[in-house]
Design a protein around this ligand. Structure first.
Ligand SMILES: Cc1ncc(COP(=O)(O)O)c(C=O)c1O
Length: 504
């Protein structure tokens, strides 16, 4: 064929005819509906190791020179994924802080990809941009954050927090930090403050800002893991004395390990007194400010200069969706906006590329918007309260069980340990403590591969704890009851295998 013939009325192998698309799509939707319908009866994971997974995939195959029929390919991908994944949507998935995707969010992602608007600018995504702005306004209403500020959807909690950090840096430097960077003659050292246990995003942030990890002041906590105000004050005073600039205080609204909430209103007062940016990391817990059963102090996030929160955690959205809110509508623009000459975008509308680090932006707002609309505020508040109630019920079940030790319980996270009944009185002894740590780590491993239930871990004062977190709208009371039994069964079996003679 001549070039002329190839290029005129061009048809590439990437095209799928509408009829064929419909057939492939219907089949895929049927497969997904089958997964949703059978989720509870399936093992949570296939438990296959890396060699098996790589074998199934044919991981070492070179890039094929010839293409594959689209229908066959989607069937292949669907079989690989539907039968060889770990399902965080399973009702007994309690690990980390990962929600199973709300079905309407799945449909939203499909529709978003079909229209494929670029939410960098209003011109390129008129409806999409307004849906994102509306979702952000609704999120503010839900958690009590004042309207009138600014907000943007991002990939997740790490980036949502970092945007707060960059906004703080732009606001708290008395030189033009975006122009001159950090190496300015006479510039004072910027310092950030957060409790020991603050999520690791802060280390990435100071690293990327060229401030270095030494600019973080890790503040001691009380026995529950809440930041100690006296210790915070002392650290700030010490920095001020040597000419440092306290740039930002981080309050956590649901810590990653135990879900504990810092005294947010008191942190606001301190920041007001000293003119410091107050940021709340609510990646996990901020949505719970809408729930009546959450601690009152969580609602102090409404007082923050910036808040990070994650729809892909406690709003049950499919990955990825994080969100940054700022009180001052100029704060994100002041940190991020550039207006290059190659963009012909109206200036009197929202152009989200100016509000963060992404230029081209996907339509993650659609799944958020759909979930908020499908639920409505009342049903959503009820679901948050139910998740919290279930974590509390699990804590009570563990506390009543002779072989489980109930540890912390905050928001929807409970930590606990398997402790053989005859060792319960001896857990303070060094060798017993070390054995219990090893035993519980193995319990976690066994659960992780067993496919009955999935938990993650926390380390509390040197003790290796199992950690269950409920941001899962499919989990019911029967599942938390089962988790206790599954943990005890695994603990008993492993104890019988592992217990050293000296501890028998
Ligand atoms: C308190 C807190 N901050 C930040 C993050 C990071 O969020 P993401 O994993 O969505 O980046 C997490 C994740 O669990 C978290 O719990």
């Amino acid at each position: 064929m001549s070039d002329e013939e190839l290029l005129r009325g061009r048809r590439t192998p990437l095209e799928i005819d509408p009829e064929e698309f419909r057939r492939i799509g219907h089949r895929l939707v049927d497969d997904i509906a089958g997964l949703l319908g059978s989720m509870r009866d399936r093992p949570l994971t296939s438990g296959e190791g890396p060699a098996q997974i790589r074998g199934l995939l044919g991981a070492d195959r070179p890039m094929p020179e010839e293409g594959t029929d689209a229908g066959a390919l989607v069937e292949e991908a669907s079989a690989l994924l539907l039968d060889h994944s770990l399902y965080n949507a399973h009702p007994r998935f309690f690990g980390y802080i990962t929600a199973g995707a709300a079905p309407i969010g799945m449909l939203g992602d499909l529709l978003a990809a079909a229209v494929n608007p670029n939410l960098g600018s209003w011109t390129l995504s008129p409806m999409g941009t307004e849906m994102e702005a509306q979702s952000i306004r609704w999120i503010c209403d839900l958690v009590g954050f004042p309207q009138g500020g600014d907000g943007v959807l991002v990939s997740g909690g790490n980036v949502a927090n970092m945007l707060g950090f960059w906004a703080a840096r732009a606001a708290r430097t008395d030189w033009d930090v975006r122009k001159h960077g950090m190496r300015v003659e006479g510039a004072r050292d910027l310092r950030v403050y957060g409790a020991v246990g603050t999520h690791t995003w802060i280390e990435n942030a100071v690293d990327m800002a060229g401030m270095g990890a030494e600019s973080i002041r890790w503040i001691d906590t009380d026995a529950d893991g809440r930041i100690l105000l006296g210790a915070l004050r002392a650290a700030i005073d010490a920095d001020l004395e040597v000419g440092g600039v306290p740039m930002m205080v981080i309050g956590t609204g649901g810590s990653v390990s135990t879900g504990v909430v810092d005294p947010l209103p008191a942190l606001r007062e301190l920041c007001d007194e000293l003119g410091i940016w107050f940021h709340v990391d609510g990646a996990y817990g901020a949505f719970a400010a809408a729930a009546g059963s959450a601690p009152d102090e969580l609602r102090g996030l409404a007082l923050a200069d910036s808040v990070a929160l994650d729809p892909h955690k406690w709003l049950y959205a499919p990955l990825e969706a994080g969100c940054t809110l700022v009180r001052d509508p100029q704060a994100l623009l002041a940190a991020f906006s550039y207006r290059p000459e190659y963009y012909h975008f109206a200036e009197d509308v929202q152009n989200y590329f100016e509000h963060g680090i992404q230029n081209s932006r996907g339509f993650r707002a659609l799944k958020v918007w759909l979930i908020l609309r499908q639920l409505g505020a009342a049903a959503y508040r009820r679901m948050l309260d139910e998740d919290i109630a279930l974590a509390r019920r699990f804590h009570a079940i563990a506390a009543a069980h002779p072989e489980l030790e109930a540890l912390t319980c905050h928001l929807s996270i409970t930590t606990y340990r398997y402790v053989p009944a005859d060792l319960a009185e001896r857990s303070g002894e060094e060798d017993v403590g070390a054995y219990l740590n090893e035993l519980n780590e193995r319990v976690q491993d066994r659960l992780e591969k067993g496919g009955e239930a999935f938990v993650s871990n926390a380390v509390l004062d040197g003790a290796y704890a199992l950690r269950m977190c409920i941001v899962n709208f499919r989990t019911g009371l029967e599942d938390v009851e089962a988790l206790a039994e599954i943990s005890v069964e695994a603990g008993r079996a492993l104890d019988a295998e592992m217990r050293p003679a000296a501890l028998r």
